[in-house]
Design a binder for this molecule. Structure first.
Ligand SMILES: *[C@@H]1O[C@H](CO)[C@@H](O)[C@H](O)[C@H]1NC(C)=O
Ligand SMILES: *[C@@H]1O[C@H](CO)[C@@H](O)[C@H](O)[C@H]1NC(C)=O
Ligand SMILES: *[C@@H]1O[C@H](CO)[C@@H](O)[C@H](O)[C@H]1NC(C)=O
Length: 305
């Protein structure tokens, strides 16, 4: 069993490794993408955001990507608890919100695009009963330091699931969790709960399993916290699986409708009148960085003439 984001104490290391070893990983995990599996642009999934480790993104924009999230209201992103849990302890301890940034409105990990926005995180409310071994209660709310402006069609909130989904319902998964680090989308059917309980020995009602028994289309590392969307509603949160897209092992998602009360309670505990003074994000868009390098070189070249 593996988490779909980099969890535990190895988060920082994982982010660094995943960046440094991109070429190697691309060789090894060619199957490992949201398959079915076509590239899309952010307008198709405007509710999707990239959750990143600020320290890495300040060195190179995009390098800190570790999880996804879903915008559920103007200051709140819903994601997976394991993206924020400090270590393998129970009860969980959550990392400092200042360690993270949320990037919305951009299809690409390493550029802002025209309508890309960076948000600082004011508070993280991870589920108090998230369990690092069973990955039960793998849900967290990320409270942004500012409101998301709705004027761009690249950022929108997704409504939460209000009803139970039947097995066989076709749903959408999306994320950057593939070797190309490009936003992909795939279609997966909700699997029968009893069948998944059999496959995984036990599957609580708080988890949903979705995917094909023949494998192929699935979420993968880096997709954690991202959305499983059924009938236009946030139905699941990418949580864990066995490999990615392997036959007989559908992906497992946090069952959002099971946590509606929890979401409501967590959201009502947030102080919307407060905007903490936080360190501004000091990253540079990779294109600006390239531009900056070119200009610097030009200036150097000219001044050396
Ligand atoms: C892990 O969590 C415990 C509290 O349960 C804390 O005392 C400890 O510092 C944490 N370890 C790391 C490496 O963050
Ligand atoms: C999800 O949780 C709801 C509410 O507890 C429950 O009715 C439903 O059966 C669960 N599973 C699925 C697949 O919706
Ligand atoms: C959270 O609470 C705010 C303020 O009451 C509300 O505007 C927003 O819709 C709520 N979000 C969710 C996802 O319930």
């Amino acid at each position: 069993m593996e988490q779909r984001g980099s969890g535990c104490q190895c988060q920082l290391l994982m982010a660094l490794l995943s960046h440094l070893m991109l070429a190697v990983v691309a060789e090894l995990e060619t199957h490992a993408k949201v398959v079915g599996g076509h590239p899309i642009s952010i307008e198709v999934v405007p509710y999707q955001v990239s959750v990143r480790l600020r320290a890495f993104d300040e060195i190179e924009f995009g390098a800190g990507h570790m999880c996804s999230g879903t915008v559920i209201s103007q200051r709140v992103v819903c994601s997976a608890a394991h993206c924020f849990a400090d270590n393998a302890t129970y009860p969980p301890v959550y990392n400092d919100p200042e360690d993270y940034i949320v990037v919305g409105g951009s299809s690409h990990l390493n550029t802002f695009g025209r309508f890309g926005q960076v948000y600082l995180v004011q508070e993280i409310i991870g589920h108090e009963a998230y369990h690092p071994f069973t990955l039960e209660n793998d849900i967290a709310l990320v409270f942004l330091n500012s409101y998301i402006p709705w004027q761009h069609y690249t950022t929108r909130a997704l409504p939460l699931a209000t009803q139970q989904v039947q097995p066989g319902t076709l749903c959408l998964i999306s994320g950057w969790g593939n070797p190309f680090r490009a936003l992909h989308q795939g279609v997966v059917p909700i699997q029968d709960q009893r069948l998944c309980s059999f496959i995984y020995n036990h599957l609580p009602i708080s988890q949903i399993c979705a995917g094909y028994l023949r494998g192929g289309i699935d979420a993968c590392k880096g997709d954690s916290g991202g959305p499983l969307v059924c009938r236009g509603q946030l139905t699941g949160i990418v949580s864990w699986g066995v490999d990615c897209g392997r036959d007989f092992f559908p992906g497992v998602y946090t069952n959002v409708s099971h946590f509606l009360k929890w979401i409501e309670r967590a959201n009502s505990s947030l102080d919307y009148s407060k905007f903490l003074k936080m360190h501004p994000f000091n990253g540079v868009d990779q294109r600006c960085f390239d531009f900056y390098v070119v200009i610097s070189c030009l200036i150097l070249a000219i001044s050396s003439v």
